[in-house]
Ligand binder design. Structure first.
Ligand code: PRP
Length: 213
């Protein structure tokens, strides 16, 4: 049995053509069913639905043999115990700094000033502002980061931006791109040894599909 950990939403949708290239079709629709273990057309392949931040944990400890996870999550949680063979180039977005429309970000970034930054990506934000030599007070949030500058909780946020619609709808502006994000394939190192042939087959099919896109 090969178990693949995925998260619902964009990663689940974007991985379907790649799974198909490996001959795998998920039989349940996660938007309609409450099942967390989904069957596929292959009797020996199943899909687990987990939270995006839990994908590396499931794969690292062998709850799943492989998984698909955003680079944002990998940078925050680390890749200990994981083999990361492939950038799948799906669910593309970026991590950026955003502020309230009218906030003077350039002045706030001058050395000596101190900014409050709300984010789910504490490690990425800490490294970024440290590389600029700017002192920031970081506030950890778990979602709806856009609210922080609007309520006075923080001067800026560090968050994922895809279309930019969420920022625009909340009168925020993207002032700096920190890094580009895409989803990566992660594999449990022991599973790679014990189930080498079927796992290699999936990696190779994904790799070929990514290259021909
Ligand atoms: C992300 C991010 C933004 C939104 C950006 O949230 O936190 O809120 O997507 O996308 P856009 O630029 O296309 O509007 P997500 O939907 O992943 O949920 P989250 O709030 O749980 O992070």
């Amino acid at each position: 049995m090969i178990t693949i950990a995925l998260s619902k939403g964009r990663i689940f949708d974007d991985i379907q053509p790649l799974l198909k290239s490996a001959g795998i079709e998920v039989l349940d629709d996660p938007e309609k069913s409450r099942k967390l273990i989904l069957d596929t057309n292959q009797l020996d392949v199943r899909v687990l639905l987990v939270r995006p931040t839990d994908v590396p944990t499931y794969v690292q400890y062998g709850g799943a043999d492989m998984g698909v996870v955003g680079k944002d999550t990998l940078l925050e949680s680390g890749t200990q115990g994981l083999y990361v063979p492939l950038d799948l180039q799906i669910a593309m977005c970026r991590i950026s700094v955003a502020v309230r429309d009218g906030f003077d970000y350039t002045a706030a970034m001058r050395q000596g000033s101190r900014m409050t930054v709300a984010t789910k990506y504490v490690a990425i934000a800490r490294d970024f502002f440290a590389s600029r030599g700017v002192h920031v007070d970081l506030i950890k949030l778990y979602g709806s980061m856009e609210l922080a500058p609007l309520t006075g909780l923080a001067d800026a946020i560090v968050d994922l931006v895809s279309t930019g619609n969420t920022l625009r709808a909340n009168h925020l502006v993207e002032v700096e791109r920190i890094l580009d994000i895409s989803s990566h394939l992660v594999v449990n190192q022991t599973a790679l040894k014990l189930k080498q042939a079927p796992i290699r087959k999936i990696i190779d099919a994904f790799s070929a599909a990514v290259q021909t896109r």
